[in-house]
Design a protein around this ligand. Structure first.
Ligand SMILES: C[S@@+](CC[C@H](N)C(=O)[O-])C[C@H]1O[C@@H](n2cnc3c(N)ncnc32)[C@H](O)[C@@H]1O
Length: 215
C-alpha cells in the first residue's frame, strides 16, 4: 500500500477492462453484486432531483451495463469510460444516444459538460489519484455529485491507500473519508456527505456533494 498520483500511474492502467472478458454479462454481474449502492443512488436521486429537474447527467465509468442508460434517459444521460470497446458497444446499442457516449480517462481527458449531475460507481476504487478524480468530477458538475466505492468504509483512515494490481492493470484503493472531505471542501463543494452504503454492512462508501460555483 502506498500513495499514488497521476505521474506514477503505469501506462497499462485500464487495459484489463478493454479485454473480451469484460462483456455485457460481466458488467451485468458486477452491477448485481452492488445492488445496495445502486438502490441507494436511485433513492438519493429521487430526492436530490425534486427541487429542480435534472436535465443532463454524466456517468463516469459507465462500462456497458444497461441500467442507467435506460433508467436515466429522461435525465439527459451521458456515459464515459476509459474502455473503448465498452463505449462502442453502448453506441451500437443506443444509436439515439450515440453522441452521449464517449471514451475518456477521467483523470486525463475532458469530460465535456457541465452537467446537472455527475455520478460514478465502483471507479474511484481503482484510479491512480483519488483526489484528482473527485476534483475532476466536481468540475464537470454544475449542481450535484454522487460517487460510490465498494472497497469498504475506512473510517479513521487519514490518507488514501493505493495498491497496484498488475493482473488487473489498476489500483485497489482504500478511500479515506476524511481526506475526501478535505479535498471537496478545498475546491468549494458544499453539503458534503460521506457515509457507509446503507444496507451493505459497511462494504462500501458514498460521497455526495453540491458542486462548487463555476462562475
Ligand atoms: C469495476 S467497473 C464498474 C462499472 C460500473 N460503473 C458499475 O458500477 O458496475 C469500473 C469501470 O470504470 C472504468 N474506469 C476505470 N478507470 C477509469 C478512468 N480513469 N476513467 C474512466 N473510466 C474508468 C472501467 O473501464 C470500468 O468500466
Amino acid at each position: 500500500m502506498g500513495s499514488a498520483q497521476l505521474g506514477l500511474v503505469p501506462d497499462n492502467y485500464g487495459s484489463w477492462w478493454s479485454g473480451e472478458h469484460c462483456d455485457e454479462r460481466w458488467y451485468g454481474d458486477i452491477f448485481a453484486l452492488r445492488r445496495e449502492a445502486h438502490d441507494h443512488f436511485i433513492a438519493w436521486l429521487a430526492e436530490a432531483a425534486s427541487p429542480a429537474p435534472i436535465a443532463s447527467t454524466l456517468e463516469v465509468g459507465c462500462g456497458r451495463h444497461k441500467f442507467y442508460s435506460e433508467a436515466l434517459k429522461a435525465y439527459g444521460y451521458h456515459g464515459c469510460d476509459i474502455a473503448a470497446p465498452a463505449i462502442a458497444a453502448c453506441q451500437e446499442r443506443y444509436p439515439e444516444l450515440g453522441e452521449n457516449f464517449f471514451v475518456a480517462d477521467a483523470l486525463r481527458d475532458g469530460l465535456r459538460g457541465p452537467y446537472d449531475l455527475v455520478f460514478s460507481h465502483a471507479v474511484i476504487d481503482h484510479v491512480g489519484d483519488i483526489d484528482l478524480f473527485l476534483t475532476r468530477l466536481a468540475a464537470a458538475s454544475r449542481r450535484l455529485l454522487f460517487v460510490s466505492c465498494y472497497t469498504g468504509w475506512q473510517n479513521g483512515l487519514d490518507e488514501h491507500r493505493y495498491r497496484w494490481v498488475e493482473g488487473r492493470a489498476c489500483f485497489k484503493n482504500q478511500i479515506s473519508p476524511t481526506k475526501a472531505r478535505r479535498v471537496l471542501e478545498a475546491i468549494g463543494c458544499r453539503d458534503i456527505n460521506i457515509y457507509p452504503v446503507p444496507g451493505s454492512d459497511a462494504l462500501g462508501a458514498v460521497i455526495t456533494a453540491v458542486a462548487p460555483e463555476h462562475g
